[in-house]
Design a protein around this ligand. Sequence first.
Ligand code: SF4
Length: 200
Amino acid sequence: MSEKLPLMEHFYTLQGEGAHSGKAAYFIRLGGCDVGCVWCDVKESWDASKHPQVAVTDICNYVGLTQAPIAVITGGEPLLHQLDLLTQGLKAKQIQTHIETSGSSPLSGTWDWITVSPKKFKAPLVEVLTKANELKVVIFNKSDFDWAEKHAALVGSHCKLYLQPEWDQQDKMLAQIIEYIKQHPKWGISLQTHKFMQIP
Ligand code: SF4
């Protein structure tokens, strides 16, 4: 188990997206990603060696110094790392553990909430999709609706389904997403509300 993790950034804010949108949450962004999305807006996260190795106990203490009820582990692709110790440490402080992942690497850690946001550049593993609490599919264009349905067929019946317009395509895609959800009401919409609020 890794006692240190490459920590790119960490901050206390509100979760902006998905089922827990609007809740106070401490974000822990780990370095390292092997997915390679061409449109990635955190490419500086890709190389884990560019980020300081920080002791898991210190990371847990950062969260514990705040009132945060939830820690969201994100990246990069956080599942490139062994996360058992991190989630154990957070849970020992009564902090709920959430992860945002592409689902493309094997699951480690103990999670209260698993958000899988599948990417076309490295397919999610079925073993991760079946454990997802939330499937969040970013919509760039019309063909992404079929792609979203393909993944919705692989998650469990308990999994919440969200379509999220890609931020720069919002003007073009928002009306289509709203209409799609009206026709396919198993889906809900996820908006990047933190960007509207201009918070991290
Ligand atoms: S999975 Fe996330 S961090 Fe990795 S390339 Fe894609 S958008 Fe960027």
